[in-house]
Design a protein. Structure first.
Length: 332
């Protein structure tokens, strides 16, 4: 049995591939290795997977419909983990076309491939961004406040959820969406705040702190995220049952929050980095950026009840591991 995993060179995709390979799964990973951030980091992740007897890499853009149709027909995967996407809230303001191509056209290619090859379960990446500027915390999957996104990135992720439900309803395709909450850790993404802060602080440069530091994020360590992804993959969606899924749908469709259920103030996160790096941060306080939100906070009761998900990594432990990895990777 083969698992098709998109975004294999990405942060979450790479770690998920490692976990699945460790338990003996056969993985075909695809990625287009785009230049959203340094391709050398993506290649370094892939180098950790290369040579494993159960891993095969295919460089492919999943928005390429003919290529994906042919790949699905060749592989006929048993399960699909779709973690590839054009990420980033702020980037979507200046580069909207990239989000339509990857997150909408690309997601349709995945759905069509799954539909026509009898995939038993599709697990795909959604985002906490779908909650927009929702002030009611913690965010729960039953919230009706997901139809007012404040960035195009968020709009594409909410669209993915609606598209997934349509395919589950029409074709009986079991689909599960995971709303990720601020994932961090070793091999992370350079566009994320914790990475940017670390890099700037070690260079004795000021860091940009938006909304004057009045942000809180539900930082979730990568190992906890991966455990949740794998547990979810092993439990294909069946007929929906409120309160964990919308309305009275009976399609094999689910959406879950996957977070740490413990928001951390941005300034507290910076204080942890200061301690781990032995450097005092120079703060450049700035106003809120367009598309940003004040707080994210995951209610994970549904995922805990259904698959036993329980995040265990405190922010200070996770950031210490990241800093240790970062120093080794950057040789600093």
């Amino acid at each position: 049995m083969t698992i098709l995993l998109t975004g294999a060179a990405g942060f979450i995709g790479f770690h998920t591939a490692q976990a699945l390979l460790a338990r003996g799964e056969a993985i075909v990973g695809i990625d287009n290795l785009n230049a959203y951030y340094d391709v050398r980091l993506k290649q370094a992740r892939l180098a950790q997977l290369d040579g494993h007897p159960n891993f095969r890499f295919v460089r492919c853009d999943f928005a390429d419909r003919p290529a994906m149709k042919a790949l699905f027909a060749q592989l006929r995967p048993d399960r699909v983990v779709h973690l590839g996407a054009q990420a980033g809230v702020r980037y979507s303001i200046d580069n909207p076309e990239a989000y339509i191509d990857s997150n909408l056209v690309g997601f349709l290619s995945i759905l069509e491939g799954c539909r026509h090859t009898g995939v038993r379960h599709l697990v795909y990446a959604s985002s906490s961004s779908v909650y927009g500027a929702n002030a009611a915390v913690p965010f729960a999957e039953t919230s009706s406040s997901t139809d007012h996104p404040v960035s195009l990135y968020a709009a594409t992720k909410r669209s993915n959820e609606l598209m997934a439900h349509t395919y589950a309803h029409l074709y009986g395709l079991p689909v599960t969406g995971l709303r990720f909450f601020t994932v961090y850790g070793p091999w992370g993404r350079p566009d994320m705040a914790y990475w940017k802060f670390t890099k700037a602080m070690l260079a004795a440069e000021p860091i940009d702190v938006f909304n004057n530091g009045q942000h809180a994020r539900d930082f979730t360590y990568i190992d906890d995220i991966v455990e949740g992804v794998v547990r979810t993959l092993d439990r294909p969606a069946a007929g929906s049952a409120p309160p964990f899924t919308p309305a009275t749908s009976t399609a094999p469709f689910r959406v879950y929050n996957i977070g740490n259920h413990q928001p951390v103030e941005l300034l507290d996160m910076i204080a942890i980095l200061e301690r781990e790096l032995g450097v005092k941060a120079q703060l450049r306080m700035l106003p809120m950026q367009p598309g940003d939100v004040h707080t994210t906070f995951a209610d994970v009761a549904a995922l805990t009840a259904d698959v036993g998900f329980r995040p265990v990594t405190p922010i200070d432990v996770g950031l210490a591991r990241f800093v240790s990895w970062y120093r080794a990777y950057e040789k600093c």
